[in-house]
Write a protein that binds this ligand. Sequence first.
Ligand code: GLN
Length: 526
Amino acid sequence: MPAKFIIVTGGVLSGLGKGIAAASIGHLLSSKLKIIPIKCDGYLNVDPGTMNPYEHGEVFVLDDGGEVDMDFGHYERFLDVTCKSKWNLTMGKVFDMVRQKERKGDYLGKTVQYIPHVTDIIKNHILEIALEESADLVIIEIGGTVGDIENELFLEAMRQMKEDAGRENTAYVHLTYVPIPYGVNEQKSKPTQQSVNLLKQRGIFPDIIIGRCSEFLKKDVKTKISNFCDVESDAVITGLDVDDIYEIPFIFEEEGLPDILHKNLNIYSPPDMRKWKQLINNLRNPQKEITVAMCGKYTKLEDSYASIIESFNHCSAHLRCKINLKWVETTDLGDTSFLDDVDGVVVPGGFGSRGTEGKIEIIRAARERDIPFLGLCLGLHMAVIEFARNVCHLEGANSTEMDSDTPHPVIDILPEQKDIKEKGGTMRLGAYPAVLKKGSVLHSLYKTDEASERHRHRYEVNPEYHRIITENGMVFSGISPDGRLVEFIELPDHKYFVATQAHPELKSRMESPAPLFYGFINACLD
Ligand code: GLN
């Protein structure tokens, strides 16, 4: 059977949650179908790996080492798939492919043009993935908002897709915004009408419209949108504002989205939402409450830590506790008195020296005061530096990332990184296994002898300092199979003091929270 395609576009505003909408549609259909998510981003970077988190939110890392859009986090969590780097198509990648083909002579004698050459590259890439993965359904999310110059070529390619994939195999979903202006107190459909007009000018006629709104869309508003936009009124769906994103599939189900998709694409895959229902119910009815300090430097934009926040949600659902996050901007840190009001401390990943001394001070206090601590990547570096300075008495110990002249480079650049000049896609990226030490906290959490987590870094614990650090009591509880790289550390005789070189938050799922987060929250609850 040929693959079916659902193409998700957005209008009116950015940030309406297209990725979550696409992932939720997938979740509703995932019980019987093999679903592959694809995201098209209009920017000219090859991937988001070189962008500041403030520009683009979290950089999500895949098993295969791909640095991709943060929407892949939603896809993996909602669809329970392991995504591939190839499924994130940026205009930077597209132009790279066109240029390579042109230089090879594939277009010999021709003028290379946006249509058909660029649009063909886009379509072929998508069709190739569908074939390679034997997909039943491909959900393609087009980044940005209709009317943006950047996504025009993707939209044109998607217009053409209905011919290539077959009209009966293609459905267009458009996400818009239905405001209720203050004082008017009425759901307004005009922005949706205008946005759909923009889409129609590009030859795309939506089959389903999702209107993001703070209330369920009223019947008359659905009828109006249906009349003006040429969709059936059943096919106008509310995208309700919700407190947690895991509720969206339930809203879509209630609004009849699976039936409409069945009608459009002839795909029947009744959703089995029982397990999620139970977990979401736990999330909504916590029995305990704790506060965790997140000590980072991108704390002004929660999107920079999206997967960490989701990992906490997963723990909340399993442990029936509300987790309040206290955002601590370590750059501004003067004292550690805030620790009196928190149950645990997380130091997440990061780059560069800004805020690192503040983090080291916080970790020292957490260690000395027996406050649960979880360190992620840079968080592990900071914990090792703190231990080296204050327990091993290695004065001035640091990472060469922060101080190239440190007398004790306890954290140093990976040897294979030393000669790398190019910045894009050259870190130690993707999934790597670690051998776990029997009897450690880590081993009891993973319940296996080997664990695989995803990485994104250039620096490591310097092997020259392994001996002095372990002799002073820090346990290297997970190491690379060749014994060279320290992937996990912990301190015995502490309530919970665990850090990892990896980013376990990237693999946490609603059904199976990341073990390190689960152990941490359990310790905070103690
Ligand atoms: N900046 C550190 C490194 O490159 C840590 C990276 C991270 O936290 N992801 O090794």
